[in-house]
Design a protein around this ligand. Structure first.
Ligand SMILES: Cc1ncc(COP(=O)(O)O)c(C=O)c1O
Length: 381
């Protein structure tokens, strides 16, 4: 079977495990390095900075290249993957690789909060103007962009409010006008939404979430097309992004089981979302696979599955509800094996959040019926 023909579950197991990197071990080992030694100055001078070749710790070691290669293989039509110490760093580096002073950037109004903050503060200081757009705008973005627009940032589904975007339509408009697209694909991962094949130029994952999968590592990845990858990787090295070999290794370790974990996250989240929909204390259930969620039809058209994170509208005190839960931890992040809860307050610049009084759940790998019993006891009476 040729390399490109492997199915995703097989790539999750095989990806990046080259014999030349792992030797006789099953896993590529942790190779920690700053200095790489050369036999001669001539050999050192001949070592151009590139992924997959020893040069300096910044360019990584086999531990990093294995994770990069596996993530690239998961995205049909992608040319390469750069790694970062957080998901946020992956996003900011991706944006910096396509923007210059004087450019205009369009950002979905449902974007992850710290990404919004980066655009409104750091990018602003460097002369980039951020304009927000309604996440449901679809191909209508053609009416907003100007000849200064250099990039469009998408996130689908959006943070907290879960709107599913028309990614192919927005990317088609962008490509026609020579505008770069960057997508935060953390919720779906390439398993449920192969972003590059959908027309995205740079697909960003907070690998801290489902790739790591165990709430014990911070990690980011940006996977790009041939046209964007070398500039993305060079910009990232120029800024000085590097990842600890231990963290890259944890990423590869998590990746091996991401497929089976996601299937369980999906099944349990769907069961809980459907149950919540029938509770009198609950209003809208913003889960992309349910009709309440704005863009649900696009999810049905474009996605191969749904993951464990969704929000719902609670008629009652969201803080007291979260405090009463026993099986859901209270804390930032998501994508680990354990369930989490957070009352959330979406920030909007140009659009209206689809619901108020929102609670976000990350459904972990506990038995779904136990989680439902926990929620039932915590709902307001
Ligand atoms: C959608 C989304 N993107 C990016 C990030 C940032 O990832 P990290 O925490 O690894 O910086 C998060 C973190 O919560 C997120 O929810």
């Amino acid at each position: 079977m040729s390399k490109g023909k492997k199915r995703q579950s097989t790539i999750l197991v095989e990806g990046g495990r080259r014999k030349e990197w792992r030797g006789r071990l099953v896993n590529v080992p942790v190779e920690r390095a700053s200095t790489i030694l050369f036999d001669s100055i001539e050999q050192l001078d001949a070592s151009g900075p590139k992924l997959g070749a020893y040069r300096y710790g910044l360019q990584g070691t086999a531990t990093h290249w294995a994770l990069s290669e596996a993530l690239t293989e998961l995205e049909p039509d992608a040319a390469g993957t750069a790694l970062y110490s957080t998901g946020l760093a992956a996003m900011t580096a991706a944006l910096m690789s396509v923007l210059s002073s004087g450019d205009e950037l369009f950002v979905t109004d449902s974007v992850y909060g710290p990404t919004r903050k980066f655009c409104d503060t750091v990018l602003k200081r460097f002369g980039v103007k951020t304009r927000y757009y309604d996440p449901l705008i679809g191909g209508g973005i053609a009416n907003l962009i100007s000849d200064k627009t250099r990039a469009i940032l998408l996130e689908s589904p959006g943070s907290l409010t879960m709107e599913v975007q028309d990614v192919p339509a927005i990317c088609a408009v962008a490509r026609e006008r020579g505008i770069a697209t960057v997508l935060d694909n953390t919720w779906a991962t390439p398993l449920f939404f192969p972003a590059i094949a959908a027309g995205v130029d740079i697909s960003v994952l907070a690998a801290t979430k489902y790739v790591g999968g165990h709430a014990d590592v911070m990690l980011g990845a940006a996977t790009a097309t041939e046209a964007h990858f070398s500039n993305l990787q060079r910009t990232s090295w120029d800024i000085g992004h590097a990842v600890s070999a231990d963290d890259a290794w944890l990423g590869s370790r998590g990746l091996r089981t991401m497929g089976v974990r996601l299937k369980q996250h999906e099944a349990s989240a769907l069961k809980i979302a459907a149950w919540l929909k029938d509770q009198p204390q609950v209003g809208l259930v913003l889960h992309p696979a349910l009709p309440d969620c704005p863009g649900h039809e696009l999810w049905k058209r474009d996605f191969k599955g749904s993951s464990g994170l969704f929000s719902f509208e609670l008629h009652g005190d969201t803080t007291a509800f979260a405090d009463r839960l026993e099986l859901f931890g209270i804390g930032y992040s998501w994508g680990g094996y354990e369930s989490l809860v957070l009352p959330v307050n979406p920030h909007r610049a140009v659009s209206k959040a689809p619901a108020a009084n929102l609670v976000r759940l990350h459904v972990g790998l506990e038995e779904a019926d136990d989680l439902i019993e926990d929620i039932a006891l915590a709902l307001p009476t």
